[in-house]
Design a protein around this ligand. Structure first.
Ligand code: SF4
Length: 212
């Protein structure tokens, strides 16, 4: 095991223990391939499944793998042909069996931090889908909740603003200005500090740099 792998293993073990304390089940997968297999094993045949916008989910090949299974009912908003259809899919997500997402950051003591422009993703994380599976690269682990929030707004938000070409101040210089732009990519700030329904939230930690 390399020193980096050793360090990742220790951070993951600490996080898994702290997430369990918050009634959140967690797994550690050193590689992306192992993470893909772990996520797929968590999705039962016959499930209705959807996901929030996430580079991690897509880059790991999870969306492709889900669509390739013929035993799932997939809701993919990229199949929508109008804003009305997108809205309908957002609403259907609340009754899905499985909701896949990443996180913008996670503190070492297990608080999962997300920022959201529309709010649909953090709404589904909070309530609705029977199971929410987070897939999180260890690059998103921060030492404290404050550092996790700073990561979400200082790294994830500017990068996503650039990805979607959203005209926020962070798009211009890469730094958060705590703006009140109508297009703010972090209108909704979400802290998952405890899972009220034990087993509903599951975290798959991955020992690779994934997403922003
Ligand atoms: S508050 Fe504004 S500037 Fe800061 S990350 Fe959010 S959208 Fe960007």
């Amino acid at each position: 095991m390399t020193p980096i792998e050793q360090r990742n293993q220790l951070i993951a073990e600490k996080l898994i223990k702290n997430l369990k304390r918050r009634h959140i089940q967690a797994f550690y997968c050193p590689t992306a391939d192992e993470a893909l297999a772990q996520v797929m094993s968590l999705i039962e045949a016959g499930s209705t499944i959807t996901w929030g916008g996430s580079m991690t989910i897509r880059d790991l090949g999870i969306t492709r793998a889900v669509k390739d299974r013929n035993d799932l009912n997939v809701i993919d908003r990229e199949d929508a042909t109008s804003p009305e259809e997108v809205r309908e899919m957002y609403l259907k997500a609340f009754s899905a069996d499985v909701y896949l997402t990443s996180a913008n950051a996670i503190s070492e003591d297990g608080v999962i931090v997300n920022v959201d422009g529309n709010g649909n993703r953090v709404a589904a994380i909070t309530w609705g889908p029977k199971k929410v599976i987070f897939v999180v690269g260890l690059n998103k682990v921060a030492p404290t909740v404050e550092a996790a929030l700073a990561r979400a707004r200082g790294i994830a938000s500017p990068t996503n603003a650039m990805r979607f070409d959203i005209q926020t101040p962070c798009h211009i210089d890469g730094a958060c200005h705590n703006c009140n732009s109508a297009d703010s990519i972090c209108s909704y700030v979400h802290f998952l500090r405890n899972s009220r329904q034990s087993g509903r939230h599951v975290v798959v930690l991955v020992g690779e740099n994934l997403g922003y």
